[in-house]
Write a protein that binds this ligand. Structure first.
Ligand SMILES: Cc1cc2nc3c(=O)[nH]c(=O)nc-3n(C[C@H](O)[C@H](O)[C@H](O)COP(=O)(O)O)c2cc1C
Length: 203
């Protein structure tokens, strides 16, 4: 598929048709996530794939917010694949302590943003795009903070990893109602500035 078509078609899919994802296709899609850039080439991200019905049910049960379930989660539960996106801050601390990384940013604690989270998000985006290219649907979503401890325990996530997000993957259901929110999509004139903040892009 043409890259611009992949970008155009990408949207979050929140209901799936129940068909399994071909193993080779899944491997290709996950591999795309590892092609993402990372600060210092630290590559501090791991993808934890949940495929068995038992593991998926355990994920949805442990990741639920207390209280009534959100309606969109019923559709998400139809996904044959769930992927946890984990960031590894230690990989960055080790990389930036290396001899070839002199400079004021050696101490990761001084960084203005958490690059491990940025990089893990970039991996997620590449998985989203690769899924579209493979004819699949996917949705990137947050795991509620209150659920992190239970999710960690359920899937042996080490305490030094950050749970950044999760994704569902599968074949979109014909009745999936998720649509890109075009009405709320900011325009180039609104969101792209040139020269000075507030000066709209006119290209
Ligand atoms: C960091 C992040 C967190 C998100 N969390 C959720 C979520 O918890 N639930 C959900 O349904 N969608 C979630 N989304 C998807 C957004 O709602 C979606 O990207 C946005 O509405 C634009 O729609 P589109 O991606 O289909 O174009 C999240 C997206 C991002 C990037």
């Amino acid at each position: 598929m043409e890259f611009r078509e992949v970008v155009r078609r990408r949207r979050m899919v929140r209901r799936y048709d129940g068909a399994p994802v071909d193993e080779d296709v899944l491997t290709t899609v996950l591999g795309a996530g590892l092609r993402a850039p990372s600060a210092g080439n630290s590559q501090g991200r791991d993808l934890l794939v949940l495929r068995s019905p038992q593991d998926r049910a355990l994920f949805w049960d442990t990741s639920a917010r207390p209280g009534p379930a959100d309606a969109w989660l019923a559709g998400m539960r139809t996904a044959p694949v769930v992927v946890l996106l984990l960031a590894d801050p230690g990989a960055y601390a080790r990389r930036y302590a290396a001899a070839d990384k002199p400079g004021p940013d050696r101490d990761a604690a001084t960084w203005e943003v958490r690059w491990e989270d940025v990089d893990t998000g970039m991996s997620g985006l590449l998985v989203l795009l690769a899924a579209v290219d493979a004819g699949l649907g996917a949705c990137f979503f947050g795991v509620p903070t209150v659920a992190h401890a239970a999710v960690r325990q359920a899937f042996d996530v080490p305490s030094d990893r950050r749970i950044v997000a999760a994704m569902t993957l599968g074949h979109p259901a014909p009745d999936d109602t998720s649509r890109p929110s075009r009405t709320h999509r900011r325009t180039l004139q609104d969101a792209v500035h040139e020269g000075r903040f507030g000066a709209p892009w006119t290209g």
